[in-house]
Design a protein around this ligand. Structure first.
Ligand SMILES: Nc1ncnc2c1ncn2[C@@H]1O[C@H](COP(=O)(O)OP(=O)(O)OP(=O)(O)O)[C@@H](O)[C@H]1O
Ligand SMILES: [Mg+2]
Length: 247
């Protein structure tokens, strides 16, 4: 579905992303995990066609992405960031905005927005402005804004990291179901291994601008002893096991 080839991205005189080859299969859901500064957000932005690589190429469904066709491809994708970036208007208008950009209006717009407000249990918030929403509510609006576009692929960059534990896990569960039911491919950035099984068991580990390990969740965990980034990210799980000794 997506392929990166011989890709380098330099910023401020430094190479921050180096990928020889990277593939996302048709309909695949992939978690990208790595320590702070590993290049996860940069990789996501390159895949979502929001950042252009310094050298190398991105292919979407076999077609090389160029300055000319990038916008058309981007319209088949949706992005969800940790900060919801909502507009200072009603929740309804926030969810409707992307459709308007795509030339959809009238009854079709109304129907699709209503459907996704309902599906994400935020119909009651439709006339509210985002300013006074809780973090969990705001991320529900953010998800509705993405799904209403009926994207072929959705990119999520630590979408729930700022939320408390029960809110986070409820949203992960719902998101997992939505992705499966709609058949949407996804790239999900996180730094928390416990979030991954809600969405997928396909994992890519990043460290210092490179993908250092790719496989099923259990394979990645097994490799933890030999890959420092994985060992580092597994530490919280071992620490919580230590807590068990006191409980
Ligand atoms: N525009 C830029 N100019 C210079 N350096 C940048 C730029 N964007 C990112 N970087 C650097 O590239 C590296 C990777 O950044 P990136 O945001 O992709 O990491 P990340 O894995 O998403 O980290 P985090 O977990 O903190 O979100 C960092 O060292 C960052 O400082
Ligand atoms: Mg990041």
């Amino acid at each position: 579905m997506l392929r990166l080839q011989d890709l380098l991205l330099a910023r401020g005189g430094q190479t921050i992303l180096r990928v020889k080859e990277f593939r996302l299969a048709e309909g695949e859901r992939l978690a990208v995990i790595g320590p702070n500064g590993a290049g996860k957000s940069t990789l996501l932005k390159v895949l979502a066609l929001l950042e252009r690589p310094t050298t190398g190429a991105v292919f979407f469904r076999g077609v090389k992405v160029t300055a000319k066709n990038a916008l058309a491809f981007r319209r088949r994708m949706a992005v969800v960031f940790q900060e919801p970036l909502l507009l200072n208007t009603t929740v309804f208008n926030n969810v409707a905005q992307g459709l308007k950009f795509r030339g959809i209006d009238g009854a079709e717009l109304q129907r699709r927005v209503d459907y996704w407000l309902e599906r994400l249990s935020i119909t009651g918030l439709r006339s509210r402005t985002p300013l006074h929403l809780s973090g969990g509510e705001a991320q529900r609006v953010n998800l509705a804004r993405a799904f209403v576009l009926e994207p072929e692929i959705i990119f999520l960059d630590e979408p729930f990291s700022a939320l408390d534990f029960p809110t986070r896990f409820n949203l992960l569960e719902e998101l997992g179901e939505l992705l499966v039911k709609t058949g949407t491919a996804a790239v999900f950035v996180t730094h928390d291994f416990t979030e991954i099984p809600f969405l997928t068991d396909n994992v890519a580990v990043m460290d210092r601008g490179e993908v250092v390990c790719r496989g099923k969740l259990w394979e990645v965990k097994e490799s933890g002893t030999s890959i420092p980034a994985v060992r580092h990210l597994l530490r919280p799980l071992n620490m919580s096991r230590r807590l068990d000794n006191y409980l």
